[in-house]
Design a protein around this ligand. Structure first.
Ligand code: ZN
Length: 397
């Protein structure tokens, strides 16, 4: 694999295609990949003359769709039972874990991920190595260490900062490290003893300063927020996405609609904490109240028209990398329309991550394409059955 030599042009033929925008399936579709970009998409019967002579690949029974987008992963973490103690101690080992976990996403058809918390610059470095063609994996939009308060959640994947000035300095330190987005921990967490997940960890003044500094530098902000008070404070500060959001009230839903921020419910994290046989009982106990509120919060958000994206929190207990398709299945089980689910895990996620040229199948877009066995608009579990994966026009699975 080299990043420099473009792949040969190829025409993919499949019984249906979903373009990622939420539009209904296009039957008997053709997708012309010309090097790293999509040249044309439409009905096979109308394939332009320029595509004659180009090699074709037929994918019987399959649906073509954009490569999937997981907006919340931790590449350094490998889904062991106890997040804090299972992350490797050395930076070298954490980086190697991130390489292996990145590959798992690509195998599942995930071509774009956002890493929301590493000990140091591991995910940033792996993202750069993928970009350079040194190792294989999805495109990585990395936050570096999460910004968290003294005594707050995931300090082992974070940078501790308190007060507006330290928060601005933390954003700058991550920026200097190569981060292209910022993760802020706005409430307590399930997997860290101490501060209750329902309690806000930063004041409004602190969050305002962090978001202002990040946006000033061109970095988007994702907020870990479980309790509704923390969710509302993060949204008032102007964050671009809320992660988890297990307790939503009318005010927080109204703020989502006002600001256009995306909601990444991370059902996978909660489901695997509750289901996982190896997960310690104290974590399950801490998760229980939030778990009960989670689906009703999500349903209220969907009903109100909040913009939904798909994030797994992969790397947390028993929550393995490369399973964002299962996140969509869970969201659909909770009431999301299947086509909206496909949109969440493709176009909507890519747009949130500042990559509007990914996550859609249209002429000129990056040729990141997934073929799945079946029709996700009728049976969303088809997303869990990848048949072929193309990244920048090159078949990688
Ligand atoms: Zn996370």
């Amino acid at each position: 694999m080299t990043a420099s030599s473009p792949p040969d042009p190829l025409v993919l033929l499949a019984p249906r295609l979903l373009d990622g925008t939420g539009a209904a399936a296009l039957p008997d579709a053709a997708l012309w990949l010309d090097g790293a970009r999509i040249a044309w998409v439409g009905p096979a019967a109308e394939l332009p003359p320029g595509a004659r002579g180009v090699a074709t690949a037929e994918l019987p029974g399959c649906t073509l769709l954009p490569g999937l987008v997981d907006v919340h992963v931790h590449l350094v973490a490998s889904a062991g039972p106890d997040l804090a103690s299972d992350i490797p101690r050395s930076e070298a080992e954490r980086t190697l874990a991130a390489v292996a976990n990145a590959r798992r996403h690509l195998d599942a058809g995930v071509t774009l991920v956002r890493d929301l918390g590493a000990t140091a610059a591991e995910a940033i470095a792996v993202g750069r190595a993928i970009e350079a063609g040194v190792v294989e994996g999805p495109r990585v939009i990395a936050a570096g260490p999460a910004v968290t308060m003294t005594g707050g959640h995931i300090s082992y994947l974070g940078r501790v900062a308190d007060g507006p000035e330290q928060l601005r300095a933390a954003v700058r330190a991550n920026f200097a490290m190569g981060a292209v987005c910022i993760k802020v921990v706005a409430t307590g967490g399930v997997l860290t003893k101490g501060l209750d997940p329902r309690v806000a960890s930063y004041t409004q003044t602190e969050l305002d300063a962090l978001v202002d500094e990040a946006h000033r530098l061109g970095l988007q902000v994702a907020a870990h927020a479980i309790g509704e008070g923390g969710v509302a404070a993060a949204l008032r500060a102007g964050v671009d996405s809320v992660e988890h959001g297990m307790f939503l009230d009318d005010e927080s839903i109204e703020l989502f609609l006002e600001t256009g921020a995306r909601y990444s419910a991370t059902f996978s994290a909660r489901e695997w904490i509750m289901r996982g046989e190896t997960v310690p009982s104290w974590a399950k106990e801490r998760a229980r109240p939030a778990a009960e509120a989670h689906v009703p919060s999500f349903q209220a958000a969907v009903k109100a028209g909040v913009r939904i994206v798909a994030g797994t929190d992969a790397g947390t207990p028993e929550n393995h990398h490369g399973r964002v398709a299962h996140e969509v299945v869970s969201m659909v089980e909770a009431g999301l329309d299947p086509l909206a689910g496909v949109r969440a895990v493709t176009a909507e996620g890519a747009d949130l991550l500042g990559e509007p040229d990914r996550g859609v199948l249209r002429a000129g877009a990056v040729a990141d394409v997934l073929a799945v066995d079946g029709d996700p608009s009728r049976d969303v579990t088809a997303l869990t059955r990848p048949a072929a994966v193309f990244q920048s026009g090159r078949r990688v699975r």
